[in-house]
Write a protein that binds this ligand. Structure first.
Ligand SMILES: *Cc1c(COP(=O)(O)O)cnc(C)c1O
Length: 383
């Protein structure tokens, strides 16, 4: 059954109020294809609020990741390191260019890539590390950027979960602003959303011009519209990665109330953490253990059960109480598609999070009373 049919669904897209007004404005303006006023506003928002060098709105985070693989000129035989515990988008994006995927394990305490394991995975063919700030929790960017510099490899941050979160290390930089490239998602399950949509962040200026070309079917149309060239032509490979103004108009309405959204989501997150603390103290479950350099952005809340069986029984118990909770990623190195290509290394922590992690409902309209209902139902099962 679809999760929306539950009294407490897993997710519920939140409308700030101006979304359809702005879509109507875009229609009335006579320009609904990409790169109009609302696209420019969304990009300016990210560049100003977070200090990103350059941003480009894309059709999805997956497409932004495909743009990263194109920008880095990934070719057959190049190696790309990424966590096994992540969404399939990053893996597909680089595999489509012929890369060899080298999966790294997670930390024991949290699902982020374990930076201590990375150096042993780097070879002369390693071109990039694609990391994910799981649940908006920062990876250890100081260590990872040091490795990148030492070995001349590029860092791509998949910041799909990481809206408005910082790395509490150097300069308290916003996530998505540290690696050479980064990507965000505006899928309806994310903190700010547009149904579908994404953003490419270019922090290394050497990629800025080519990113525009790749996004516009390999043409220099963007430069043409700025009157920098007198005709636009096919100058490189590319595809169609720019969303229509309708998407940008919707997204801009969401960005305008980002502070409200973040405040509410973080309050929900903190309420869960507080209510479930006794269950963690008694050793029944584990709650989120954030590294000291990470900050909570209220993207998701999870607990860790003892094993897969217990986790699945708890999901069923919550469903009986009309609450939809969910597991998350199935580790990519043992997926039906990739298992035959994996090099055989055991990745026990990725497997652990695949088996034991349970996400609880978290969305803007979830009331604190409903958070208590969920927490009580979890506690009742353990009692
Ligand atoms: C949601 C998500 C994506 C994919 O985003 P789309 O915009 O749906 O393509 C990629 N990576 C992670 C970590 C995600 O959570």
């Amino acid at each position: 059954m679809f999760h929306q049919n539950y009294q407490i669904p897993f997710n519920k897209p939140f409308l700030c109020g101006k979304e359809t007004d702005y879509i109507r404005d875009a229609v009335a303006s006579g320009k609904i294809s990409g790169d109009g006023l609302f696209t420019a506003r969304c990009q300016a928002f990210y560049e100003q609020r977070y200090g990103f060098h350059k941003t480009l709105l894309t059709t999805s985070c997956t497409d932004a990741l495909e743009m990263c693989a194109l920008l880095l000129n990934i070719k057959a035989g190049d190696e790309v390191i990424m966590p096994a515990y992540t969404f399939v988008s990053a893996a597909n994006a680089f595999l489509l260019r012929g890369a060899k995927l080298v999966f790294a394990d997670s930390h024991a305490q949290h699902p982020n890539i374990d930076e201590e394991l990375l150096e042993a995975l780097i070879t002369p063919r390693t071109r990039a590390i694609v990391l994910v700030h799981y649940g908006g929790m920062a990876c250890n960017m100081t260590k990872i950027m040091q490795l990148a510099q030492k070995y001349g490899i590029y860092i791509v941050e998949d910041a799909a979960h990481a809206t408005d979160a910082r790395y509490l290390g150097e300069n308290n930089a916003y996530l998505g602003g540290i690696g050479h490239l980064a990507t965000f998602s505006f899928h309806e399950t994310k903190n700010v959303m547009a149904g579908e949509g994404g953003l490419l962040v270019i922090n290394d200026p050497q990629f800025a011009q080519r990113a525009e070309i790749i996004r516009e079917k390999g043409t220099n149309r963007a430069a043409f519209f700025r009157n920098e060239v007198n005709k636009y032509e096919w100058v490189d490979i590319g595809s169609s990665f720019l969303p229509s103004e309708l998407i940008a108009a919707f997204l801009y309405a969401q960005l305008e109330c980002i502070d409200l959204i973040q405040q509410k989501r973080i309050a929900i997150w903190q309420h869960y953490a507080q209510l479930l603390q006794p269950l963690a103290q008694s050793g029944n479950i584990k709650t989120i253990q954030m590294p000291p350099y990470a900050e909570c952005n209220g993207h998701l809340f999870y607990i860790l059960c003892q094993n897969a069986d217990e986790r699945d029984q708890l999901i069923a118990h919550l469903k009986r109480h009309s609450i939809y909770a969910s597991f998350h990623y199935q580790a990519l190195h043992c997926s039906p598609f990739f298992a035959p290509f994996h090099d055989g290394r055991a990745l026990p922590n990725s497997q652990y999070f695949s088996d034991c992690l349970l996400r609880l409902p978290l969305y803007y309209e979830l009331s604190l009373a409903q958070v208590e209902t969920v927490a009580k139902a979890v506690m009742a099962w353990y009692a």
